[in-house]
Design a protein around this ligand. Structure first.
Ligand code: RUB
Length: 310
C-alpha cells in the first residue's frame, strides 16, 4: 500500500499532468499494485483493489479518462471473478490495462488523422491557436506538419503552471512556427494574427456536451465567438463522464493558492480554479476517434463505441 500511496501522490502533486497522462499512469499504478498483492482469497483481492481504485480516483476526481480506465479494468475482473485464481489476478489486470492504453492510443492516432484535415493544404499560411498543453492537439498539429501543411501556431503560456511552454517547445522541435503570448493577450492575438482555427483539449465532457478544460478555455471560446473563428475541442470519447447523464454536476478543481502567489501579504484571499466549463453553444465541433460532431452527441457515440463503460 505504501508504494501505491507514493504513486498516487505523483498524480495529486501534479508531477504527472494532462488528462491522458493521468489516465495511463493511474491504470499502470493499479496494475503494479496488483503485482505486489498477496491475497489468500479472491474476496480479499477485490477488496484491496477496490480500495486502491478509490485512492487513485481521489487524486484527481474530475478526470473521467482515468475513472473510466479504472472502471473498465474492475468491471472486466468482476465479470470473470468466478474463474480467477488469486495468484494470477495481476496478469488479468495487466491484460486489461494494456487494452485500455491501446484504446487511448488508437483514439489519439485517429483524432490526429481526422483533426489534421481541418488544416488546409494551401500556399497561404493558416493560423491555428491553442491554449495549455493537450497531447491530442499537439498530435493533430504534428500530423498536419508531417503532411507538409503550411501553418503557424499561436499559443498561450497558461498561468499559473505554464503548460503552454510544453506545447511551444514540442512544436518548435518539430519545426512548426510558434508564437507564444500571455493569457491575457488571447483576444489581441486572435485578431492580430487573424486566427483561422482554435483547437483545445479537454479533461471532461458532460452528457449535455459541455467540456471542462484548463482555466482560460471559456475566455478563448468567447473570443472565438466574437471574432467568428471556428472553435474545436479534440478529445477521445473516453473523457466522457457517464455519471453526468444521471445528474451528477462536475466540480471545478481548486488548486493551491501558492501556485499564484507564494508569500502574499496577510488579508488577501487568493483563488486558483484550475479548470472551467465551455458550453456546447461555443463549440463548433468535438474531434473524436468516432469523427467530428456536435459535443451534445457525445453520450450516443460513447455508448456505441464503448458499451462496456456505460
Ligand atoms: C491539462 C489540461 C489539458 C487537458 C487535455 O491540465 O487542461 O488541456 O488535460 O490533455 P493539467 P490531453 O496540466 O492541469 O492536468 O489532451 O493530453 O489529454
Amino acid at each position: 500500500m505504501k508504494e501505491l500511496l507514493e504513486d498516487a501522490q505523483k498524480i495529486k502533486s501534479l508531477e504527472i499532468q494532462g488528462a491522458s497522462n493521468v489516465a495511463i499512469s493511474a491504470i499502470e499504478f493499479l496494475s503494479n499494485y496488483a503485482k505486489r498483492l498477496k491475497c489468500k482469497n479472491i474476496e480479499t483481492c477485490f477488496k484491496k483493489l477496490n480500495d486502491a481504485q478509490v485512492i487513485l480516483i481521489d487524486t484527481r476526481p474530475t478526470e473521467p479518462a482515468m475513472k473510466n480506465g479504472l472502471k473498465y479494468i474492475m468491471n472486466k475482473l468482476e465479470q470473470e471473478k468466478e474463474s480467477i485464481i488469486p495468484e494470477y489476478i495481476s496478469d488479468i489486470i495487466e491484460k486489461y490495462k494494456n487494452l485500455y492504453c491501446e484504446m487511448l492510443q488508437d483514439s489519439k492516432r485517429r483524432i490526429a488523422e481526422i483533426g489534421s484535415r481541418r488544416i488546409p493544404a494551401s500556399s497561404r499560411k493558416f493560423n491555428v491557436m491553442t491554449h495549455c498543453h493537450s497531447s491530442l492537439v499537439t498530435g493533430i498539429l504534428l500530423e498536419a506538419k508531417k503532411q507538409g501543411k503550411n501553418f503557424k501556431v499561436i499559443n498561450t503560456e497558461t498561468q499559473p503552471r505554464l503548460q503552454g511552454r510544453k506545447t511551444a517547445i514540442k512544436l518548435m522541435k518539430a519545426n512548426i512556427e510558434i508564437i507564444h503570448v500571455v493569457d491575457s493577450a488571447m483576444r489581441w492575438a486572435v485578431r492580430h494574427y487573424q486566427v483561422d482555427l482554435i483547437l483545445i483539449g479537454a479533461d471532461s465532457i458532460t452528457s449535455e456536451g459541455t467540456i471542462i478544460n484548463k482555466i482560460g478555455s471559456r475566455l478563448l471560446a468567447l473570443v472565438a465567438h466574437e471574432e467568428h473563428v471556428p472553435f474545436y475541442v479534440a478529445s477521445p470519447l473516453l473523457k466522457y463522464n457517464p455519471e453526468t447523464n444521471l445528474g451528477l454536476l462536475e466540480t471545478i478543481e481548486m488548486r493551491d493558492p501558492q501556485e499564484i502567489w507564494e508569500n502574499p501579504p496577510e488579508g488577501i484571499k487568493i483563488l486558483n480554479p484550475a479548470f472551467e466549463t465551455v458550453s456546447r453553444r461555443y463549440i463548433d465541433g468535438l474531434i473524436t476517434e468516432a469523427g467530428i460532431f456536435a459535443s451534445s452527441h457525445v453520450p450516443n457515440y460513447f455508448a456505441k463505441t464503448y458499451p462496456e463503460l456505460v
